[in-house]
Design a protein around this ligand. Structure first.
Ligand SMILES: [Zn+2]
Length: 251
């Protein structure tokens, strides 16, 4: 089977032609095929992530999914508009899309629960990904739906892989020490193996040391203390470098 090329993009980063293709396919499937009169362009696309799949050797879009980020009113990530173009159904592409999108959601919104307003006929499908029903079946635009939620798996995914890259928020929290012991452990494990994250982390640490230096400048009484903490930090960094170098077998 040909490889699928995935694209995970925010609305602003979607190419114009791709956006048109997405809207066209959504209308085709959700409005025409399902004979369902509803406004597909619901005004939520601008804040959403758009996940597309395309077969390597084919022009047309194969599959699509929309992901709404958590907001002030909603703690969960919401997944919706999952579709596979008509000619390619029953070949497991929907399942592949789900596997891939859940990875991306976990990377961008670690620990967040994921919600789906599923058509009831797809209940089993979503259950196989760990979603659980949290509502009675209800009617939406003439089609029976049910709300389902998959719990957040932050710490699990961290210790399990320990290998996924840290996102900006995690990196910041880590560099300031605002994270649990378990998280620290997982982050350190990752930093030892990922030079990219390691460099980002070092840059952040350097920056915060500079900032701290600035704050304490002029306060002669505190200067010695800041020097000492700088030295301590220096030692810590040296240890980290050594650990990293050893793990890469540089010595
Ligand atoms: Zn990394």
């Amino acid at each position: 089977m040909a490889d699928i090329i995935y694209q995970w993009a925010k609305f602003d980063d979607l190419e114009r032609d791709l956006l048109y293709e997405i809207l066209q396919l959504r209308q085709k499937v959700f409005v025409l095929e399902q004979s369902c009169l509803f406004l597909d362009a619901d005004g939520l696309d601008q804040e959403a992530w758009h996940f597309t799949g395309r077969l390597q050797n084919e022009q047309r879009l194969l599959a699509y999914l929309r992901v709404l980020p958590p907001s002030q009113e909603r703690a969960e990530v919401v997944l919706g508009r999952l579709l596979v173009c008509r000619e390619k159904r029953g070949k497991g592409f929907g399942r592949k899309m789900m596997v891939e999108v859940l990875k991306r959601i976990d990377a961008v919104y670690p620990g967040r629960a994921v919600k789906v307003c599923a058509q009831s006929r797809l209940k089993k499908f979503y259950e196989s990904f760990g979603f659980k029903s949290v509502s009675q079946p209800y009617d939406e635009d003439g089609i029976e739906h049910i709300d389902m939620i998959k719990d957040g798996t932050y710490s699990e995914s961290l210790t399990e892989t320990g290998l996924r890259c840290l996102n900006a928020a995690e990196m910041k929290a880590f560099s300031k020490g605002y994270c649990s012991e378990k998280e620290k452990e997982a982050y350190l494990k990752h930093l030892k193996q990922c030079s990219e994250c390691y460099q980002k982390y070092m840059a952040l640490m350097m920056f915060s040391i500079k900032e701290q230096g600035k704050k304490e400048h002029g306060r002669g009484f505190l200067l010695l203390r800041s020097r000492l903490s700088l030295m301590a930090l220096g030692c810590l960094l040296a240890l980290l470098v050594a650990g990293w170098a050893i793990s890469l077998k540089m010595f």
